[in-house]
Structures are given as structure tokens and as C-alpha cells.
Design a protein around this ligand. Structure first.
Ligand SMILES: *[C@@H]1O[C@H](CO)[C@@H](O)[C@H](O)[C@H]1NC(C)=O
Ligand SMILES: *[C@@H]1O[C@H](CO)[C@@H](O)[C@H](O)[C@H]1NC(C)=O
Ligand SMILES: *[C@@H]1O[C@H](CO)[C@@H](O)[C@H](O)[C@H]1NC(C)=O
Ligand SMILES: *[C@@H]1O[C@H](CO)[C@@H](O)[C@H](O)[C@H]1NC(C)=O
Ligand SMILES: *[C@@H]1O[C@H](CO)[C@@H](O)[C@H](O)[C@H]1NC(C)=O
Ligand SMILES: *[C@@H]1O[C@H](CO)[C@@H](O)[C@H](O)[C@H]1NC(C)=O
Ligand SMILES: *[C@@H]1O[C@H](CO)[C@@H](O)[C@H](O)[C@H]1NC(C)=O
Ligand SMILES: *[C@@H]1O[C@H](CO)[C@@H](O)[C@H](O)[C@H]1NC(C)=O
Length: 898
């Protein structure tokens, strides 16, 4: 849910990545947490010693802090026994929470940026094309609508940016009786993530925007000028607003809104937000999963980070029981035509949903007469160029960026620009400003240049009405390239399923134009929420139906190819989940399979033999045939490196072998039968790529196809190095200490800890880690760190681990390594982004002259010991950690005498 330019960056990434100069690095700690803020979960009220009977369960914990004179501030309080009881607490020293009776877990607060749609556009003139509802046709929603299944009686809570309920297609009002029947604003317009929220009862949003887009995908009433309708437009919606107009939200707000939606008895909760995380353990993910476990359907975006490779799906979407939603490109896109005058020629289609705002008829000018030119208009245009404000300029794609060509043309007055394709494919382009520049197909551009050469006097105009065309998207029907790849770091099945999310027309706040086209898993997610509402309105609202939703949708989904050649393998389950949702079949299938996810884990924890029960709930006998259909094996690491593959993740056809206890099965009405499924990992392929293999067992009767989906990793996650010790990022090996002058520290250095004179630690995670620790150790310690070996190592002891964050174990050792004191300990951190586009490409820690518990470090010579536990590693086994020992760090505070 990040960089809006991700797709464009992909298209331009032809250069070799250069290393980053270390001198430019920010000296500020950038761990992805809200500083000093924690979510404390307490045990059930009954377990808390000394709790007074009529107070909130966490009150005891807070009283205990007060009793010890600890300064703290309480934010949101959570009191939903059985789901989550606790509070968000701000305090300087998290150690103070340690040993407080009744504390069950302490988690850092993760913040999330407002998700940026992958692209968006708004109409310059709203009286435009009619939507034929191709996404509804693709998923069988149109057939359900025809049967009168419209989600009536179902309540959907949208936890997001708020909604503009003044929009006529969203009901035009707020409160009981309206479509947007309730909700809450947890933050207020001015909230940015850093200031104080100003909550109120009104979740209106007329500034951020795509909350209304999401609401329209679920609930837009038909009969509007675009002929669109929501998937479940008779459902009622509660809007829970947890973002201001701009900025961030965080886990404490997500948890508050989740519990509020649960308390308000919403049948479906949907969240089009998240941040790449990889783990199932963030607080929002944990609470969302627990709510899903009660039978409330929870749908959450898988993330828009497909370009950043595998093991990178978002939290809270990673919550084990939630439906994490991938995005499929809409097979049809609405584009516009330009009309040709002067010669007899068909209209020319250009890539824009809305007509270019131009009412005149223009002659054309080509910046090159050569239709094979590679670098058209990449340089300043020649003096002979006329005033281009009087023309539509025709230019060929290639070599330099679109914005460069456009700016060269604009320097000659050019305002309307048609860029013809050079073979990369028709798509939305990023023009860098609001230039009127659009892409057309190669053949159309070549024809226009030939007319220019021949001087036929051809002219063009851009009709403002009636010139829209439904164009087949070349990537339509495939998973959107931006859709994030799973699985979770602990090998859960993420994303769960795919829904249309690329190129979606929906409602938008009235002051911002009322309608917009957007793409992102943010758009696929409400489609699934609406689908769940159709299921609940058809089968009846009950926890049992809610609990069956994910299985029904997964088992009836349609598998998705990795390309359109019909030769490539199916897309990996790590990106498509169980396939494209088929809502009609999910509601009507008579064959039930269980389980629908076969979680095979890595080969060290392999669950290769599984049982699948098939049940015929129909009224006639069914003859089933069972077959194996493999999906491409995702090569998750770049061969012979420790670095993750970038997206699109390469696929191989080294498949698993599947043995079924039976391949034919006859079931009388009402009967069920277990079938054993034995799955052997692929025996071929490069093991250094840690392939995630996946696929489907298809169960086909006379009339129906259902499937179960499997996913496993060939190799042991414990063999995957988690700390990056390469030099690819900065040109020297990481981890590293950067000294006060901004240089890599190679020898012993004394630090005063004043101003810039601090040891700055820089590391990158090549893979997520369940536990990262920095300890201060004696300078002459005998220890063999795995990443920069030196001496001998000791053995570790078993420790009782809780969720986060204060030093574990006895004060002077960790995992049996003698330490002077702990500086930092963090659980469940994601891997770093593979490319330097994101802020979390590397992590910087600006150490202060304090231990983690706040005590000052005495003057002296030390080393820093960095350790990160490998996934599935044992905290008691020193060899399960990647470790690194720094050069000598002298703590030399001149104001303290020895
Ligand atoms: C269209 O362009 C005209 C001038 O060329 C401008 O006045 C008008 O505001 C534009 N309309 C939109 C919707 O941008
Ligand atoms: C309008 O949408 C309905 C489905 O809601 C569809 O059946 C119809 O064909 C659409 N109309 C046009 C003109 O595309
Ligand atoms: C391109 O063709 C036009 C029209 O024939 C002509 O006026 C122009 O000089 C040509 N440009 C070049 C660089 O040859
Ligand atoms: C748009 O242009 C295409 C390609 O020439 C043509 O097939 C289609 O009929 C045109 N549609 C409209 C509405 O102009
Ligand atoms: C895979 O095995 C590890 C280690 O036992 C475990 O922590 C993890 O939950 C397992 N994953 C699944 C999906 O069962
Ligand atoms: C720091 O300065 C003290 C006092 O001069 C000296 O004993 C110590 O060795 C120095 N440490 C380093 C790492 O240079
Ligand atoms: C803080 O940690 C250091 C290093 O382990 C230890 O020496 C010190 O006693 C601790 N302080 C408190 C108040 O626990
Ligand atoms: C880095 O830490 C030092 C010492 O704690 C502090 O004085 C300085 O302000 C910090 N720098 C930044 C950019 O946070």
C-alpha cells in the first residue's frame, strides 16, 4: 500500500542498481514503530491478582504502575473479554511493564501509511462512459443480482478513511434508514498520525477520497450516470474512520475500530489498509484473526507490494483467520477514442478513462518522421520546431521517461500529446505532471506519422461524450503485478483469494468529482466483503455461515494463469491465493470440501500427508474425478544469494508430486468421504532459490469443479540467512557502525554521545526475523559471530519468551552469551525492502548512552553484538541466530569522571 509510482518504476527499471552513498544517511532511528507506545494485553480478568470486582481488567495493571511511581499515559482501552482486553500505553521505559502481574503480552505499535491506490484518475467531464459491470460478470455477481441476492439485511463495517455519504449513489445521508447507517470517526480531519485525534460520531470524508471508492464497490446504488452498482448494494454500511485527510494510522486505532465494529454486531468487517510485514503476529492481525474466529467475516487487503518480492504480504491482512485479498486486473478497461478528420479512418483509442479536456480540432505534428526512432524527443527539440500549441504532437515511446519527452515538447508550446507505443504495451502512464499526454497503440502512431509525412492535412478532435470504448486489458484476467506475494514468514497461506482490483470505476467524494477509476488490493478487498454479504444474505446470517465463508470462496475460486500464452504455469498460490473468487458458485455449490488449505510448511516441519473430506450436499448422486493441477514454483531467493527475488517472482515448472488415495469417487446425496493426499516436494530445481511450491487438487463432478489449495517450501526456513551481510546496498558489508563523521567505523572509536557523536548502527534484514537483539558485550569477548567470525561461542539456555520487547532472561546473559547489558530487543520484524525506493530499505538505529532499561552505560570499552533469530529457529540454540560483532565502541562521556 505504498509507492503509487511502483508500477511505473518497474517499467523503467532497466538500469543496474547503484549503491547508496552512506554519507547521505539520516541519523534518526527508523524502526517501524511508534516510539514509546505499546499495546498491553492483559490476561482474563479472573487471572489478575488483587483485581477489584467492578473495574476494567487492565485497571489493576495501570494501578500497579501508578503504585510504583511510573509515569505513563493511557490511550485506547480495550475491553472485549474473549477477544482482547488491554490498553494502549505510552511510557518512556517499557521495562516498567515487565513483571507486572496480569500482563499477557506487550506489543509495539505499528503505524501504517494511508494506502495509496496504484493509480487513480478522475473525470474531467462526468457525462462519460457506461460501465457494463465486467467485474460482476467475471465473478458471477451479475447472476446473483438477477436472482435478487443483493446483500439485504447484512451489515458491513468499513474500517478505513471515512465515506462521503452525501453522494447520491451512497444514499445521500447518514444514520438509521440510510445506506451508511452508522459508524464512528476515531480521528477527525486534521489527524496525521502524530497529533491528537479528535473523535466524533460522524465518519464523513470529503478530503482523503478513496474510502468512498471502497464504499461504492460494496454498495453503490444502480441507476447512476455510470451504470455501476455495488456488489451488495442492499447491505447497510457502518463507516469507521481511522485516518485523517492525510497521514497515518496505527495498530492501536485499528484494534479500537475492530472491537467497535464487533461490538456494533457488524457481520462483515473490511479493511483496505495495511503495511508489508510478513508476520501473522502484529496486534491488528491478531485481533482481526480472533474476530474472524467468532464467525464475523473479516476481509483485508494483501498489499500493493508485488514489485518487492515474496514473503511480503501486509499486516493486518496476515491475520491467520482473515481473508487476505489479492487483486486481479479487470479484463476490460474503459478507454476513450479520438476522432480522425480529413481522411477516412476509424477512431483511434487512447489510454484514458475520461476524455482529454479539449474541444478544438487540431492538426498533427510528429517530432520524428522515423517510426523506428528509439529516443524520440529525449533531447531538446530543434529550433526548426514550430509552435506546438497549435498541434497535437505525436511522439514515440522509448529510451527516456515520459515526463522528459513531455517537458521537451512543452518547451515548444505543446499541450496535447499522443505517445505511441514501441512494443511495451498499452497502459496508463505516469506523465509527471497533469500534462494532457496519453498512450496510443504503435500501429495508430505509425499511421499518424505517415499522414504527417504525406501532408494529408489530417486533424483530430477529442469528443467529450459518447466516445468511450471497452478495451481488452492485455494483463486483464491476470493477477495485478502490484499485488503482494506471500506466504507469511511462518508459511501461512496469504493471500487467501483474488478479486477484481485493477482498473475499477466507483464513487468518489462529491467535492472531488464524484467518480474515479482506481487500482489496488484496496479495491479488491471491498469486492470480497460484498461477496461475503451476498453469501450471508443468501444462506442466512449465523456464525456457522460466517465461519464457512473463506472455505466456500476458496474451494470454488477459479485458478489464474501466470500469463496469456497458455504455456506458462499457473500463477503461484503465493500471489493468487486460491484463485479468482466465483461468488455465484460459492453460494450454490453442492460439493463441500474440508479443509480447503493444505499448509505443508517447510520441509523441516513438513506436513506432506493430509486428509480432505468431500461431501455431496446435493439431491443427486455425484461422480467425482480428482486430479492434481500444479502452479508455478516461486523461486523466492535470487540463485546463490541471500537476497529475495524481486517481483514478478520467477516461476519454475519443477512441481510437487501428488498421490491421492483415490482419483474416482461416487457419493450419494448427503454422504461424505475422506481422501488422503500425499504431496512430495519437487525433486528438481535449484535449492538455493528456496522454491515455494503450490497448486490445486481439483475435484470435478458432472456439474461442478471445486478445489483444495496447497502450499509448501522446499528447504528449511532455518537455513535462510536473515541478516544481510552483503555489500550490495552501500558498497561495504553490512551490518555496520557509522561514526559521528558519517563514515563506516572499522577500528575502535570513542563516542561522547553528544550531537552526531553517536554510534549509528545500520542493518538490513534479508528475511524477516522473529527476534532481533542488540547487546553490549566486553571488548575481548570470545565468541564466533556467524556473519563476521572471530572466536569461540557458548551454548544457549531455554528462555520463556513473551511477545515483545524488554530484555529476556537473566540480566547478564542472553542465550548463554555473557553480556554487559541489553540495548534493544524487538520481536517479529519484517525483512527490508529489496530496492531503495522505500524508507524501510535499511534500518538505522541511533544508539544513546543507555541500556534498554534506561540505566546509563558506564564509561568503558565495549562491542555491540547484533543477533537475529532465523525463522523456526530455537531461541535456546545460539547457532539458530545470525550474529555480528562490532568494532570496539568506547563510551566516553567527558562529563562523567571515571
Ligand atoms: C477544461 O479546459 C478548460 C480550458 O481549456 C478549462 O477552463 C476547464 O476548467 C477544464 N475543465 C476541467 C474539468 O479540467
Ligand atoms: C448496466 O448495468 C447492468 C448491470 O447492472 C447491465 O446489465 C447493463 O448491460 C448495463 N448497461 C449498459 C448500457 O452497459
Ligand atoms: C518530416 O516530414 C515533414 C513533412 O514531409 C517535413 O516537412 C520535415 O522536414 C521532415 N523532417 C525531417 C527531419 O526530415
Ligand atoms: C473506438 O475506436 C475503435 C477502434 O477504431 C472502434 O472499433 C470503436 O468502434 C470506436 N468506438 C467509439 C464509441 O467510437
Ligand atoms: C510451520 O512450522 C513452524 C515451526 O514449527 C510453526 O511455527 C508454524 O506455525 C508452521 N506453519 C504452519 C502454517 O503451520
Ligand atoms: C577511549 O578513551 C579512553 C581514554 O583515553 C581510552 O582508555 C580508551 O581505550 C578509548 N577507547 C577507544 C575505543 O578508543
Ligand atoms: C539495567 O541494565 C543494566 C545492564 O544489564 C544493569 O546493570 C542495571 O542494573 C539495570 N538497571 C535496572 C534499574 O534494572
Ligand atoms: C542521536 O542520539 C544522540 C544521543 O542520544 C542525540 O543527541 C541525537 O539527537 C540523536 N540524533 C537524532 C537525529 O535523533
Amino acid at each position: 500500500m505504498r509507492s503509487p509510482s511502483a508500477l511505473v518504476q518497474l517499467a523503467l527499471a532497466t538500469h543496474v542498481l547503484a549503491t547508496i552513498p552512506i554519507s547521505g544517511i539520516e541519523r534518526t532511528t527508523n524502526l517501524p514503530y511508534v516510539p514509546n507506545k505499546f499495546i498491553v494485553e492483559v490476561d482474563s480478568a479472573a487471572d489478575i491478582p488483587g483485581k477489584r470486582s467492578n473495574e476494567a481488567p487492565h485497571a489493576h495493571v495501570l494501578r500497579s504502575l501508578t503504585g510504583r511511581g511510573v509515569g505513563f499515559k493511557v490511550g485506547h482501552e480495550y475491553n472485549e473479554p474473549g477477544l482482547f482486553v488491554g490498553a494502549a500505553i505510552t511510557l518512556n521505559d517499557v521495562k516498567q511493564l515487565q513483571n507486572t502481574p496480569g500482563v499477557h503480552a506487550i506489543r509495539p505499535v505499528i503505524s501504517f501509511s494511508a494506502p495509496t491506490p496504484v493509480y487513480s484518475s478522475s473525470p474531467s467531464n462526468p457525462a462519460v462512459p457506461l460501465e457494463t459491470q465486467s467485474t460482476h460478470v467475471l465473478t458471477g455477481v451479475d447472476k446473483l443480482h438477477a436472482q435478487g441476492i443483493l446483500g439485504a439485511g447484512v451489515k458491513i463495517g468499513i474500517l478505513f478513511l471515512g465515506v462521503d455519504y452525501t453522494h447520491p449513489a451512497l444514499g445521500g445521508g447518514f444514520g438509521p434508514g440510510y445506506k451508511i447507517s452508522g459508524g464512528y470517526d476515531f480521528v477527525g480531519d486534521a489527524y496525521t498520525g502524530d497529533n491528537t485525534p479528535v473523535p466524533d460520531d460522524d465518519p464523513l470524508d470529503q478530503c482523503a477520497g478513496h474510502g468512498s471508492h471502497v464504499a461504492g464497490i460494496i454498495g453503490a446504488d444502480p441507476g447512476n450516470e455510470f451504470n455501476i452498482s455495488g456488489v451488495a448494494y442492499k447491505a447497510s454500511i457502518n463507516a469507521y474512520r481511522i485516518f485523517g485527510c492525510e497521514g497515518q494510522t496505527s495498530d492501536d486505532l485499528i484494534v479500537a475500530a475492530l472491537l467497535r465494529g464487533y461490538a456494533d454486531k457488524q457481520d462483515v468487517l473490511t479493511l483496505s489498509l495495511g503495511g508489508s510485514y510478513g508476520w501473522t503476529e502484529a496486534t491488528g492481525a491478531v485481533v482481526a484473526s480472533r474476530i474472524a474466529g467468532t464467525g464475523t467475516v473479516v476481509t483485508i487487503a494483501a498489499g500493493n507490494d508485488g514489485a518487492y518480492g515474496p514473503f511480503y504480504t501486509s499486516s493486518p491482512g496476515n491475520g491467520v483467520d482473515v481473508i487476505s485479498v489479492a487483486s486481479l486486473d479487470n479484463p476490460k478497461i474503459l478507454l476513450e477514442n479520438v476522432t480522425v478528420h480529413g481522411v477516412d479512418h476509424a477512431p483511434i483509442t487512447y489510454f484514458s478513462t475520461w476524455p482529454l479536456n479539449s474541444t478544438a480540432e487540431w492538426p498533427i505534428y510528429a517530432t520524428s518522421n522515423d517510426t523506428t526512432v528509439a529516443d524520440d524527443a529525449c533531447e531538446t527539440l530543434p529550433d526548426s520546431t514550430p509552435d506546438l500549441s497549435k498541434y497535437v504532437t505525436i511522439v514515440r515511446r522509448g529510451t527516456c521517461t515520459f515526463s522528459q519527452k513531455i517537458s521537451n515538447i512543452q518547451h515548444k508550446g505543446g499541450a496535447i500529446i499522443l505517445i505511441y507505443d514501441n512494443g511495451r504495451g498499452l497502459s496508463q502512464i505516469d506523465t509527471g505532471n497533469d500534462a494532457k499526454a496519453v498512450l496510443i497503440q504503435a500501429a495508430d502512431g505509425e499511421w499518424l506519422v505517415s499522414q504527417f509525412l504525406a501532408g494529408t492535412g489530417v486533424t483530430l478532435d477529442f469528443p467529450q461524450h459518447g466516445a468511450s470504448v471497452e478495451f481488452p486489458d492485455p494483463t486483464g484476467g491476470l493477477i495485478s503485478s502490484f499485488s503482494s506475494y506471500g506466504p507469511s514468514n511462518d508459511m501461512f497461506f496469504k493471500p487467501s483469494i483474488a478479486a477484481p482490483g485493477g482498473n475499477i470505476l466507483s464513487t468518489y467524494p462529491v467535492p472531488l468529482g464524484s467518480w474515479a477509476v482506481m487500482g489496488g488490493t484496496s479495491m479488491a478487498t471491498p469486492f470480497m466483503a460484498g461477496s461475503a454479504a451476498l453469501l450471508l444474505s443468501y444462506k442466512g446470517k449465523s456464525p456457522a455461515v460466517g465461519l464457512s465463508a473463506r472455505s466456500l470462496f476458496e474451494s470454488t475460486a477459479n485458478t489464474i494463469a501466470s500469463d496469456h500464452t497458455d504455456e506458462g504455469p499457473l500463477q503461484t498460490v503465493a500471489q493468487q491465493g486460491a484463485g479468482l473468487v466465483d461468488v455465484y458458485t460459492a453460494l450454490h455449490t453442492e460439493t463441500l470440501v474440508s479443509p480447503t488449505q493444505l499448509l505443508l510448511n517447510d520441509t523441516a516441519h513438513y506436513q506432506g500427508t493430509q486428509w480432505v473430506t468431500i461431501k455431496n450436499t446435493g439431491k443427486t448422486v455425484k461422480h467425482y474425478t480428482l486430479t492434481h493441477e500444479p502452479a508455478g514454483s516461486a523461486l523466492t531467493l535470487q540463485p546463490n544469494t541471500i537476497l529475495p527475488a524481486e517481483g514478478p517472482v520467477p516461476l519454475s515448472t519443477d512441481y510437487a508430486t501428488v498421490t491421492l488415495s483415490m482419483t474416482k469417487l461416487v457419493l450419494l446425496p448427503g454422504l461424505s468421504w475422506p481422501v488422503s493426499v500425499q504431496i512430495t516436494p519437487p525433486t528438481t530445481g535449484d535449492p538455493t532459490t528456496f522454491p515455494v511450491f503450490s497448486g490445486f487438487i481439483k475435484i470435478q463432478s458432472e456439474t461442478e469443479i471445486t478445489h483444495v489449495t496447497y502450499l509448501g517450501l522446499k528447504g528449511s526456513l532455518k537455513d535462510v540467512q536473515v541478516v544481510d551481510n552483503t555489500d550490495v546496498t552501500f558498497g561495504f558489508n553490512l551490518p555496520a557502525i557509522i561514526n559521528g563523521a558519517g563514515d563506516q567505523q572499522t577500528d575502535g572509536v570513542n563516542y561522547t554521545f553528544l550531537g552526531f557523536n553517536t554510534p549509528l548502527s545500520v542493518y538490513r534484514m534479508a528475511f524477516g526475523t522473529p527476534l532481533l537483539r542488540y547487546d553490549l558485550v566486553e571488548p575481548d569477548i570470545t565468541l564466533v559471530p556467524s556473519l563476521n567470525p572471530r572466536g569461540l561461542e557458548e551454548r544457549a539456555s531455554v528462555l520463556d519468551r513473551r511477545f515483545f520487547s524488554f530484555p529476556h532472561g537473566k540480566p547478564n546473559t542472553f542465550a548463554q552469551v555473557a553480556i554487559v547489558g541489553s540495548l534493544l530487543e524487538v520481536d517479529y520484524i519484517p525483512r527490508s525492502a529489496v530496492r531503495p525506493l522505500l524508507t524501510d530499505h535499511y534500518t538505522v538505529i541511533n544508539f544513546s548512552k543507555q541500556f534498554a532499561n534506561g540505566t546509563s552505560i558506564p564509561n568503558g570499552n565495549y562491542r555491540l553484538l547484533l543477533r537475529a533469530l532465523r525463522v523456526t529457529g530455537d531461541i535456546a540454540q545460539e547457532e539458530d541466530f545470525d550474529s555480528w560483532l562490532s568494532p570496539i565502541i568506547g563510551v566516553w562521556d567527558p562529563t562523567v569522571s571515571l
